[in-house]
Write a protein of this length. Structure first.
Length: 280
């Protein structure tokens, strides 16, 4: 096994690692989820043999790390991927946290790599992209319906909707919203009936376009068509504002959400597997 020197790198050292990710994408016909304008920014890692970058990783999060790993095609089958996984696990344990690896499952080596390292597929996420030609007509809007961009003083209402819709701890959701609502990369949208907030979503803006995330409807208002109405209203406004690359992700087991997105003009593009160590 070839043992590389693995280190966390500064932004001025990113280009060789980003070039490596691009090379792997071209070779394997995949799209590794490396988002440089994520909030917070990812931590990039380089694996070097001498001065040569032979592998790399992008880590999202701090205590709960989501890692995207790449090994130069010319350096594969030498244990470099195993070394990256081992080092990421050590960093996670030192922080008192955990880790998972994300992989584009169109990649030909994913299954073999996971098996060789004893990784278990935990779940999968489907990335969908909007096809404007498939977008259904906007239905007549109820007189009491309003969709608007959120302001900072809407943080409590947004937090309440998200915590209720997803069953997440209220304090964690409030901290999540407060940290992002004033950041221009993120814009929250609220759907209201007669001035009462019933739905919320987050728009994450990047160089590629818009990613819709954190999309939820209050449980006592679900089943009334508000989710579909909210999504369609927002999509039409985004298209009118000049955004055409609009994406959304959903867990593969969430069939109701997947069916809703497809009915609103989204088509599946990529399936990302989430892998972790097999419990012992």
């Amino acid at each position: 096994m070839t043992t590389p020197d693995i280190t966390i790198i500064s932004a001025d050292e990113w280009p060789p690692v980003l070039e490596l990710f691009d090379r792997c994408n071209r070779t394997d016909g995949i799209v590794l989820p490396v988002t440089l304008d994520a909030d917070p920014l990812p931590t990039l890692v380089a694996a070097r043999i001498g001065e040569t970058v032979v592998g790399g990783a992008a880590m999202y999060g701090y205590f709960e790390i989501e890692a995207v790993i790449a090994v130069d095609p010319a350096w594969r089958r030498r244990g470099i991927g195993r070394c990256l996984i081992t080092q990421i696990g050590q960093w996670a344990r030192a922080r008192g946290g955990s880790w998972v690896a994300l992989a584009d499952e169109a990649g030909p080596a994913v299954a073999g790599f996971a098996t060789a390292l004893g990784l278990q597929r935990l779940h999968g996420e489907i990335q969908l992209a909007l096809d404007a030609a498939l977008l259904p007509p906007l239905p007549p809007l109820p007189e009491a319906w309003q969709t608007r961009l959120a302001e900072t003083n809407d943080a409590a209402a947004i937090s309440a909707i998200i915590a209720d819709a997803f069953g997440d701890p209220a304090e964690q959701v409030a901290a999540f919203v407060a940290d992002r609502i004033a950041n221009p990369v993120h814009r929250f949208v609220i759907g209201e009936i007669a001035g009462i907030p019933v739905a919320a979503m987050r728009l994450l803006r990047s160089a590629q376009g818009i990613t819709i995330t954190t999309f939820g409807v209050r449980r006592d208002q679900q089943g009334r068509g508000y989710g579909r109405l909210f999504l369609l209203t927002t999509l039409y406004r985004l298209l009118a504002a000049g955004y055409h690359d609009i994406r959304i992700e959903v867990e593969e087991t969430n069939k109701p959400a997947y069916n809703l997105y497809c009915a609103c003009g989204f088509t599946p593009q990529r399936r990302y597997g989430v892998y972790g160590l097999t419990p012992t």
